[in-house]
Design a protein around this ligand. Structure first.
Ligand code: OAA
Ligand code: MG
Length: 613
C-alpha cells in the first residue's frame, strides 16, 4: 500500500480526481477537476531543469513561458525568446522540406519525436496526408530495411532470447505507469519485406504514432515492443551493424513459451493494456491470436484490421457500382496470398456474408472466394493429375492448415495460374496480399476487365514497391474502369479520356487507431469479431455518393482522425452492447462525446513541478 502511494505521488501525470491521497496534499481544485485520461489542463512532474528539456513528453523546446522557466529551473537553458507553437511549426516544417529523400525526412521526424512529442504530433496531424507516408508505409518499410544503419536513439522495449526468465522484472524498466496500447512484433514478416529481425521495431513505433495522431491515444500511454527471437535473414546476421540477436529464429515450443513469458510479464504490470500483434508470420500469427484472444484484450492487426478495411473497401465498392452492402455475396473474389493477411481478409469477408444472411451456410460463402498462393490456386490435386499436371500439393506446397483448407476448390485443378483462374471464374474483385510486385499480370487484369465493367483491383501488399501492380497499370489494363485500392499510397492517374483514375489507400491505418480508441475508452476486456465488422461498415459508409461515383471509397488519409472517431465510437458501442466494456459510463453521457473528449490533442499545457517534501 505504501509503495503504491509513493508511486502515485512520483508519477509525472495528471492528477486523478478520485485520488484522495493527492487531495490531502493540497493540490488546487482546478487540477483535481481535470480528466485523468487527458493531459489537457496541467501536467504535474517531479522533474526539473535539463531533465525536463530532455524529456520528449515534457519538453516544449523554445515555448516555455518565462514563469515556467522560473518554476521549473530552466532559465538560461533555452534561447531567451518564448516562441509559440506556430513559430516552431514553421521552423520544423522548413527543416523537413529541406530533407531531400523520404528516408532523410523519416530520420528528421524520428529525431523530432525524440526531442518534443507534442510538436511532433502537431506537425503530423497538420500534415497527415503528406507525413503518414513517411512515418508509416511506404517509408517506414525502407526505415526497417536500413534500421541498423540509421539508428540514433532507442525507443520502445526489446525482449530477446537472452532475457528469458527476466521479463516480468524487465517490464518495470519502462518509465510510465499507465500503458493503454502495446504494439508488438517479432519482425518475422515485416510488411511484404519478410524477416527483418529486430529492425522490425520501426513498425510498432510507426503504428503507435498513428494511434496517437489519428486515434487520440496519449503519447505517454503507448509502448512499442520487439520480441527478438533471432532472425533467419542471413544478410542481417552477416552485417556487423545489425543490433539484434545473432542466431536463427527459435521455433516450436521454445518460441511459444518465449511469447508466453512476455505476455504474462506485460499483463502482470498492465492488465488492461490492449496488445496489438503485428507482422508475425503465418502460422505463428494465427496460433498466437487463437491462444490469447479469449483470455485478454488483444488482436492481430494484419489478420483482423486489414480484414476490416478490405471488407470496408469491398462494401464501399459495391455502393460505387450502384449496389448495396448486402450484395456482398454477389462478388466473385480472387485472393492472391494465403498468409496471415490473406486468410484474415477472406475470413472477414466470409464472416460478413454469413452475418448478412444471404448465403445459406459458411460453405456457400467460401464458394465465392478463390484462394491462390505462390504455387497457384488452392484446388483439387486429383483434377491436376487427370489433366497431366503435377499438383503443387504434391511436394511443392507445405500442407495446408484447417483454415486454408476451407478455401480449396474441389471443382478446379490445384495449381492453376492466375490467368487460368481469372478466365474460368470471371472475378469481380481481385485482392493482393502476397508481398510480391507483378503478381497481378497484364493478362490477368485485362481478362478480368473483359468480363467485368468495373473490376475491383486491390493490390494490398506493402510497401508500394511490393504492391501486386501499380495504379497506372491497373487503370491502363482496364481502360480506366478499375476501382483501385492499394495498401500503400499511389498517386491518382490521369486517364487518356481526360478523367482522373482515383486511387484509394486501403490500409489498416483506417481501422486500428479507431479500434484502439474504442477499446481504450470502454476498457473492453476482449476484442470481439463484431468490432471488426462494425469498423468495416462504419468506414464503408463514410464516402459521399459523389465520391463513390468517382471511385473514391474512403474519406482520405487527411481525415484519419474523423474516421478514428467514428470507428472508436462504434467500437465503444459494440463493447457495451456485447458486455465486454468495463468502464462505467456516467448517467446521461453521450458516447460519441465521451470518445471525442478523450482524444489526445497535441497542445502545450502548463507544467507544474511537484514532489512531496
Ligand atoms: O503497415 C501497413 O502498412 C499495413 C500492414 O499492417 C502490413 O502491411 O503489414
Ligand atoms: Mg502489419
Amino acid at each position: 500500500m505504501l509503495l503504491c502511494r509513493r508511486q502515485q505521488l512520483l508519477k509525472p501525470q495528471l492528477l486523478n480526481p478520485t485520488n484522495l491521497f493527492l487531495r490531502r496534499y493540497g493540490v488546487p481544485p482546478a487540477v483535481l477537476n481535470s480528466d485523468p485520461r487527458l493531459d489537457k489542463t496541467v501536467q504535474v512532474t517531479n522533474s526539473r531543469g535539463v531533465n525536463i528539456i530532455h524529456d520528449p513528453l515534457l519538453s516544449k523546446g523554445t515555448a516555455f513561458s518565462i514563469a515556467e522557466r522560473e518554476r521549473l529551473s530552466i532559465r538560461g537553458l533555452v534561447p531567451p525568446r518564448c516562441q509559440e507553437m506556430d513559430k516552431q511549426l514553421l521552423r520544423v516544417k522548413r527543416n523537413l522540406d529541406d530533407c531531400r529523400t523520404p528516408l532523410a525526412k523519416f530520420v528528421f521526424l524520428a529525431a523530432l519525436q525524440d526531442r518534443n512529442e507534442t510538436l511532433f504530433y502537431k506537425l503530423i496531424i497538420n500534415h497527415l496526408d503528406e507525413l503518414a507516408g513517411i512515418i508509416y508505409t511506404p517509408t517506414v518499410g525502407l526505415a526497417c530495411l536500413r534500421s541498423h544503419a540509421i539508428y540514433r536513439r532507442s525507443r520502445g522495449m526489446y525482449f530477446s532470447t537472452q532475457d528469458r526468465g527476466s521479463m516480468s522484472a524487465m517490464v518495470y524498466n519502462w518509465p510510465h505507469e499507465e500503458v493503454d496500447v502495446i504494439v508488438v512484433t517479432d519482425g518475422s514478416r515485416v510488411l511484404g519485406l519478410g524477416d527483418l529481425g529486430c529492425n522490425g521495431m520501426q513498425i510498432p513505433i510507426g503504428k503507435l504514432s498513428l494511434y496517437v495522431a489519428a486515434g487520440g491515444i496519449r503519447p505517454r500511454a503507448v509502448l512499442p515492443v520487439v520480441l527478438d527471437v533471432g532472425t533467419n535473414n542471413q544478410s542481417l546476421l552477416n552485417d556487423p551493424l545489425y543490433m539484434g540477436m545473432g542466431h536463427p529464429r527459435i521455433e516450436g515450443e521454445e518460441y511459444y513459451s518465449f511469447v508466453d513469458e512476455w505476455v504474462t510479464a506485460v499483463k502482470s504490470r498492465w492488465p488492461n493494456a490492449l496488445i496489438q500483434f503485428e507482422d508475425f508470420k503465418y502460422p505463428h500469427a494465427y496460433n498466437l491470436l487463437n491462444k490469447y484472444r479469449n483470455s485478454m484484450t488483444c488482436f492481430n492487426d494484419d489478420i483482423q484490421s486489414t480484414s476490416a478495411i478490405t471488407l470496408a473497401g469491398l462494401l464501399a465498392g459495391l455502393k460505387a457500382r450502384g449496389m448495396k452492402q448486402e450484395d456482398l455475396d454477389q462478388e466473385r473474389i480472387i485472393c492472391c496470398g494465403s498468409g496471415s493477411a490473406g486468410v484474415g481478409v477472406v475470413e472477414g469477408i466470409v464472416d460478413c456474408m454469413v452475418a448478412q444472411g444471404r448465403v445459406k451456410s459458411r460453405e456457400e460463402a467460401y464458394s465465392r472466394v478463390w484462394m491462390m498462393d505462390q504455387h497457384g490456386l488452392l484446388g483439387n490435386p486429383q483434377l491436376s493429375a487427370e489433366a497431366g499436371h503435377i499438383a503443387p500439393s504434391n511436394g511443392k506446397r507445405a500442407a495446408l492448415d484447417e483454415l486454408q483448407r476451407c478455401y480449396v476448390k474441389k471443382d478446379l485443378p490445384d495449381g492453376l495460374t492466375l490467368e487460368e483462374v481469372v478466365e474460368r471464374v470471371k472475378p469481380t474483385a481481385i485482392l493482393g496480399l502476397t508481398g510480391v510486385r507483378g503478381v497481378f499480370t497484364e493478362k490477368a487484369i485485362r481478362t478480368m476487365a473483359k468480363y467485368t465493367e468495373k473490376p475491383l483491383v486491390f493490390p494490398l501488399s506493402n510497401p508500394d514497391t511490393h504492391a501486386e501492380c501499380t495504379a497506372e497499370e491497373a487503370f491502363k489494363w482496364t481502360d480506366g474502369r478499375a476501382i483501385f485500392a492499394s495498401g500503400s499510397p499511389f498517386e491518382d492517374v490521369p486517364l487518356p479520356n481526360g478523367r482522373i483514375g482515383r486511387t484509394n489507400q486501403c490500409n489498416n491505418s483506417y481501422s486500428f487507431p479507431g479500434l484502439g480508441l474504442g477499446i481504450t475508452v470502454s476498457r473492453a476486456n476482449r476484442v470481439t469479431s463484431s468490432m471488426f465488422m462494425e469498423t468495416a461498415r462504419t468506414i464503408a459508409d463514410m464516402a459521399s455518393p459523389s465520391q463513390l461515383k468517382e471511385g473514391i471509397l474512403f474519406p482520405g488519409v487527411a481525415n484519419l482522425r474523423d474516421v478514428s472517431l467514428a470507428v472508436g465510437t462504434r467500437v465503444c458501442e459494440v463493447a457495451y452492447e456485447e458486455g465486454v466494456a468495463t468502464a462505467n459510463l456516467k448517467e446521461g453521457e453521450v458516447l460519441s462525446e465521451v470518445v471525442k473528449n478523450s482524444m489526445y490533442t497535441p497542445e502545450y499545457v502548463p507544467l507544474v513541478h511537484y514532489t512531496k517534501y
